[in-house]
Design a protein around this ligand. Structure first.
Ligand code: PGA
Length: 256
């Protein structure tokens, strides 16, 4: 069974709800119906924009999947300032990014926290996009594969067997995020193939089902080459997703 590519726009802490509505409308205008035939497209606005974006997607029957950037691992309780996965599910959120490197580095999330969040997202009938990736220091000291393997094993530890098939993993080398430096298509392919082998060692049947995105300075000029790699099934796009025209060209990677 062919894996359907997933192109995701991670807006990070950008755009208020008015700006978010404008961006989704422009994006919808840039894309044609057949653009969605062979690819799934998700947008991940900040929490405060979700309801507005969801309303526009529904009202105009846009073919975007709605995504969030994070959530808590509990569905309710005394967690001031946090957002429950059940609340996201109520907003028709499909995908939730968990363990983004900015969450790991700036907000102290370790693999155990990421694992609990990923399981909670599945528990609320949504799909987690679990992020992994090495730092430059780790790559230069030849530890990239082992670091990423540890992250994959740790971050998937709480996911039950059959759910693993539906998982999305985003390989995002930390040194490539927001820097303009992209991993070469070959390096990205090698790591994604390694990740697929690690997943297969946890559950053999998931090998050909799990989707693996590449992320880190993906742009219209490099997406085609990355997407041509056999183990890369999509892209997690930050900066270039904030501009409708560039994100639309990434979605159209076949003729970018
Ligand atoms: P970037 O961000 O495309 O701006 O490098 C990617 C990400 O952080 O998901």
């Amino acid at each position: 069974m062919a894996r359907i590519p997933l192109i995701s726009g991670n807006w990070k802490m950008n755009l208020n709800h008015f700006e978010a509505i404008q961006l989704i409308q422009k994006l919808s205008y840039e894309l044609r119906n057949h653009d969605y035939d062979a690819v799934e497209v998700s947008v991940h606005p900040p929490y405060t924009d979700l309801r507005s974006v969801q309303t526009v997607i529904d009202a105009d029957r846009m073919r975007f999947q709605l995504g969030a950037q994070n959530c808590h691992s509990e569905v309710s309780g005394a967690f001031t300032g946090e957002i429950s996965p059940a609340m996201l599910a109520k907003l028709n959120v499909d995908y939730v990014i968990v363990g983004h490197s900015e969450r790991r580095a700036l907000f102290g999330e370790n693999d155990a926290v990421v694992a609990a969040k990923a399981a909670a997202v599945f528990g609320c009938e949504m799909t987690p996009i679990v992020c992994v990736g090495e730092t430059l220091e780790e790559r230069e000291s030849d530890q990239a594969e082992s670091v990423v393997e540890t992250q994959v094993r740790g971050s998937l530890a709480s996911i039950s067997g059959d759910k693993l098939d539906e998982l999305v993993i985003a390989y995002e080398p930390v040194w490539a995020i927001g820097t303009g430096m992209t991993a070469s298509a070959q390096d990205a392919q090698e790591m994604c193939s390694h990740i697929r082998k690690v997943v297969a060692s946890i559950r053999a049947t998931s090998r050909n089902l799990v989707r693996i995105q590449y992320g880190g300075s993906v742009k219209p000029s490099n997406v085609t080459e990355l997407m041509a790699m056999s183990d890369i099934d999509g892209a997690l796009v930050g900066g270039a997703s904030l501009e409708a025209e560039s994100f639309a060209r990434i979605v159209n990677f076949k003729d970018a």
